[in-house]
Ligand binder design. Sequence first.
Ligand SMILES: Nc1ncnc2c1ncn2[C@@H]1O[C@H](COP(=O)(O)OP(=O)(O)OP(=O)(O)O)[C@@H](O)[C@H]1O
Ligand SMILES: [Mg+2]
Length: 368
Amino acid sequence: MAEIRLRDIHKRFGRFQLFRGFSLGCPDHAYLCLLGPSGCGKTTLMRIIAGLAAPDAGDVLIGGRRVNDLLPAIRNVGLAFQNYALYPHLSVAGNLAFPLRAPVRRAHYNEADIRAAVKRIAALLKIDSLLDRHVNQLSGGQQQRVALGRALIHDPQVLLLDEPVTHLDARLRYEMRAEIKLLHDRIGTTTIHVTHDQREALAMGDLIAVMREGELEQIGTPLKLYDTPATAFIAGFVGDPPMSLLHARLATDGSRPALHIGASSLPLAAELSAQARTAKSPDVLLGLRPQQVTLVEPERGDVVAAVYSHEMVGREQQLLVSMAADTIRCRMKQPIQVVAGTKVGLNLSLVGAKLFDAISGKSLADLH
Ligand SMILES: Nc1ncnc2c1ncn2[C@@H]1O[C@H](COP(=O)(O)OP(=O)(O)OP(=O)(O)O)[C@@H](O)[C@H]1O
Ligand SMILES: [Mg+2]
């Protein structure tokens, strides 16, 4: 097993500079979810670790060893991609055995060893009854198991899973997630799992690394990202639902610290005042979870907003309300009758709220 470390990675495609000094560490045995929106560089990073793409500068270390100059087959990395990339002309057994027949390993395995390894991995992934089938006769979930088996058959030091369950339907996705996690608990291979689904990352990762436009926004446990998001981007992206973000301005009312939102002024209690003291600019974003927002009559609200949309999420009604350019999510204890455009008042509880710099998006809380 092995730690994975990327140090100061640079990568450019033509004129487009994707990475400019990207660094990331994944400890030995960890299950790290790499989370970020489409196009932020997740797949490229996996390809760089696997050796399928070369960085323009920077180091890739696996188990403390710099592997930049090693061919992919020698890096001892297991890879499973989003589209499975199985060999259509081979059977399940043929696909599983493929890595063991690669030129670099051929000398190490005779046919009996290969048969034994295929049997072992097929049992682990519960595909023993499918070994003679062609891969185009398999369901999506079965194909995914074969792709995983093929990634694991040579006992790689690290496992890279790029959107491993994205193509599966909701039920199967849920099942496969649990199985992949159980598998990891059993074999302990250091794993990076790429996803753009924050729920998947929160459910599966020991650690989550959030990327955005080729940069690492934050790395931490799911709880840390949820409780202390380092940036407004993470606050607005992670969580179920994520935080609502409101433009606001730090001010003083008399001598008391306050937050101005639109025409309203809310006093800042000790916790937020401490956050406010680190501000470089008075323009901030206020991050609120739905439980901190209560819907009231328009005249009784701290602020006034208009209903934008409403939906039932399970048994709960959720409202999206808009205030100037901002959208705020509220959860209703009792469903109410509203239509888009209805004026509502919002009471905002600032206990546990977060403040972010409006320009840089950085948290004003002390994250250390
Ligand atoms: N071979 C390439 N040539 C040119 N641009 C590329 C190449 N590979 C990736 N890119 C660009 O680099 C950026 C990152 O791509 P990448 O595939 O790593 O994103 P991603 O985070 O995996 O996205 P997704 O979630 O959609 O899979 C994109 O803007 C993409 O267009
Ligand atoms: Mg990708």
